[in-house]
Design a protein around this ligand. Structure first.
Ligand SMILES: O=C(O)CCC(=O)C(=O)O
Ligand SMILES: [Fe+2]
Length: 446
């Protein structure tokens, strides 16, 4: 099993930080390349056993050819300016806006267009606003000129349309088919497709260093354009945090000078351990849990992506949430007397309560489904494929964990009324699922 978070090691590692202090196995991970698979040749079980279970990234070719988004949202033209008359593919904002112009979407306004400037300039900002797709399309055609000189336009705003929850609003449009590898999805089944997104980004737009929500997996299919990814294996996360293992560096290739380098001494090293990926159209990337990454659109790019959780990564997601809870409690114990820390404690506790509630919804909903499923061994739901990982088995310890947190802390910390409901439902669900497991074990002679 991989280590998901190197935070605890960070101070210790920094004391002796150098490439040479890594053991042989770690040093061998330098300049690793991502594997490329052909969609036709990769079975679900191979994807599960080689990539999902080992938490390893992969690029899969050729999943998108027949998708509607590819047929109808991409404008294909000939480059008549250059002699070799290459084919140019771009997001067809005219068409998209004609069809869905009234949708309100999140747009990130970014400053400073060239990546070299972006990574060396402290002025780059990322402000999020909402606008309609037709307003975005207007901006696209008025400002996103092909001839834009990236090196000299750092004063111009660049607008990146991100996290458009297209499927949850227009499921019937059938924009694309979720590839079989990513269908086993507890997250979107629970939250009505809320983690299924569409991205439209002009050349020069980017996504800053982050890892994905709830330690989920993500996949992203490039419909047209070109993306550059830097993926950081979780055992090197400490290299992108400050010396105290707390804050994340804003960028990977950033140089703010001596003071900054002292605060983030790992950045010079992490470049060797980050996996560099150029993702072309028709390629789909699998980003494993807790791999930090940055993404840059090197051309005007259209992509679809999902975050998802299933029984292979749900325990990691839970342990991250649990850590967050322990850290919050420590905040309270350590600084009982300090008012500002008390405020911080309550703020963190609110965030935790919210996440715990979402987690509870996900676990309980799927447990209920799976318990029913146990009675019908020939069911054909897609999730049956990974039943070897048995969702009841992987979700049950989480339910127990939630129960113990709520029982122990109900009086002291939690204010949510829902916790009462949760604790009542948990007891019932635990009784049922344990019965169900005993029955299954008896039937199978275990
Ligand atoms: O394409 C992007 O800009 C970001 C995508 C991303 O972060 C992801 O798929 O996890
Ligand atoms: Fe991401």
């Amino acid at each position: 099993m991989c280590r998901l978070d190197g935070r605890i090691d960070s101070l210790g590692m920094y004391v002796l930080l150098s490439d040479y202090n890594f053991d042989e196995e770690t040093r061998c991970k330098k300049h690793r390349k991502i594997k490329i698979e052909q969609g036709n040749d990769l079975s679900y079980n191979e994807f599960l056993n080689i990539y999902m279970s080992n938490n390893e990234p992969v690029l899969i070719d050729g999943l998108t050819e027949n998708w509607k988004v590819r047929r109808e949202w991409v404008n294909i033209s000939n480059d008549n300016v250059n002699e070799n008359s290459a084919i140019i593919e771009k997001p067809d904002l005219l068409k998209i806006s004609h069809l869905f112009g009234e949708d309100v979407v999140p747009v990130h306004i970014q400053k400073g267009i060239s990546f070299s400037q972006q990574f060396s300039s402290s002025t780059r900002t990322n402000r999020k606003v909402e606008m309609t797709v037709s307003e975005y399309a207007k901006w696209w055609y008025n400002n996103n000129a092909d001839e834009r000189n990236l090196e000299n336009s750092n004063d111009i705003d660049i607008l990146y349309l991100k996290d458009w929850k297209f499927v949850s609003n227009h499921a019937k449009y059938n924009l694309y088919h979720c590839p079989i590898y990513f269908k086993d999805d507890l997250l979107n089944e629970t939250f009505d497709d809320a983690y299924r997104f569409c991205y439209i980004g002009p050349r020069g737009s980017c996504t800053f260093l982050h890892s994905d929500v709830f330690s989920s997996y993500s996949w992203s299919a490039n419909i047209c354009g070109l993306k550059r990814w830097y993926l950081i294996p979780p055992e090197f996360t400490f290299l992108v945090r400050d010396v105290f293992g707390q804050n994340l560096a804003p960028h990977l290739f950033h140089n703010f000078g001596l003071e900054y380098n002292t605060l983030f001494p790992g950045l010079s090293l992490v470049q060797h351990y980050a996996i560099h990926v150029l993702q072309k159209s028709h390629q789909t990337i699998f980003v494993p849990s807790e791999w930090h990454h940055t993404v840059e659109n090197l051309q005007d790019t259209l992509s679809v992506n999902h975050n998802w959780i299933n029984s292979t990564n749900v325990a990691w997601a839970w342990s991250k949430l649990y850590d967050q809870f322990q850290n919050t409690l420590m905040l309270n114990d350590d600084y009982q007397t300090s008012l500002s820390n008390n405020k911080q404690f309550h703020h963190q506790m609110e965030i935790f309560e919210h996440d715990l509630f979402l987690f509870w919804l996900m676990v309980s909903k799927n447990l209920k489904q799976d318990i029913k499923f146990f009675d019908k061994p020939n069911a054909t739901r897609i999730r049956d494929i990974s039943l070897q990982y048995n969702n009841v088995l992987s979700l049950l310890p989480i339910l127990e964990g939630i129960e113990s947190i709520i029982n122990k802390n109900n009086e002291i910390y939690f204010r949510l009324d829902t916790t009462k409901l949760i604790s009542y439902e948990i007891s019932n669900l635990l009784i049922q699922s344990r019965k169900c497991l005993i029955k299954t074990n008896d039937d199978s002679g275990i």
